[in-house]
Design a protein around this ligand. Structure first.
Ligand code: SF4
Length: 254
């Protein structure tokens, strides 16, 4: 994909949503960190429902560490993998207390050293909590980047590297949210809503999900052979036949 088309895609996405942000409700970097860790294999809606009860009761590393795994579990039991998530959230809270003065570090390596925090979560925190122009690639962004041709890649690391290299600076800060929201609501996995897509004419996906064009009405005209007109016997031979006969005569004359 060329640079002009790439920029046009982001311009369209910006036009449709000038100030995109995460759908995970949060007030502080720590709340966002907890919400992102809880969101693995869960919907944002489900996480918001859980944190709506959890955060009023405990929204700091100290308070979560004090709750402990047993105290935290009832708040998040509606989420998949809640036991592992409870251990991770309590574990990262204890590390933040012990090693980072109770603050979420603005540093990829330190973030990735926390339990339950991988590269994608670290990127989300750096981007959304601290305004760093990094692009976290999740399943939605992976799909959109490959389908559109923005950054085709065989795995999330390759897609992230390509997006980082090719996304114009003006769009880098919000690219993560534009692409994730586009993948979540329009370029969905099974049946992308191509007919409603604001980048339909720019997207390079070959199997766009568009309604079949209406069959063109065709009229099959019956060809009726013209009636044979009676041919006078004297004019019955074709000109070619005459020519051939003449040629034959000439050939015999040689
Ligand atoms: S045109 Fe279809 S495949 Fe392409 S980005 Fe839009 S929804 Fe996705």
């Amino acid at each position: 994909m060329n640079d002009a088309k790439r920029a046009a895609i982001f311009e369209r996405l910006r036009e449709a949503n000038p100030a995109p942000t995460t759908e995970l409700e949060h007030m502080t970097p720590f709340e966002l960190l907890v919400a992102v860790v809880l969101s693995a294999q869960s919907t944002d809606k489900g996480v918001n429902k859980a944190t709506a009860k959890l955060f009023p009761a405990a929204n700091t590393p100290a308070a979560i560490a004090k709750l402990g795994v047993d105290g935290l579990t009832p708040y998040i039991a509606s989420l998949g993998l809640f036991r592992n998530k409870a251990k991770a959230v309590v574990g990262l809270s204890e590390i933040l207390m012990r090693e980072h003065g109770g603050e979420v570090p603005r540093d990829r390596a330190r973030l990735e050293a926390l339990p339950g925090v991988g590269r994608k979560t670290a990127n989300v925190i750096l981007n959304t909590a601290f305004g760093e122009p990094v692009i976290a690639v999740d399943t939605h962004i992976f799909r959109v980047a490959n389908r559109t041709g923005l950054a085709p890649g065989k795995d999330v690391v390759e897609v992230e590297r390509k997006l980082d290299k090719t996304t114009p600076d003006a769009f880098k800060l919000n690219a993560h949210h534009w692409l994730i929201l586009h993948g979540r609501y329009t370029c969905i996995a099974r049946a992308p809503k191509c007919a409603d897509c604001v980048i339909l004419d720019l997207c390079e996906f070959r199997q766009k999900n568009l309604p079949n064009p209406k069959p063109v009405a065709t009229t099959v005209r019956k060809i009726v052979p013209a009636p044979m007109s009676p041919t006078p016997r004297s004019k019955g031979r074709q000109p070619m036949a005459k020519t051939a006969r003449a040629g034959a005569k000439r050939g015999r004359g040689r």
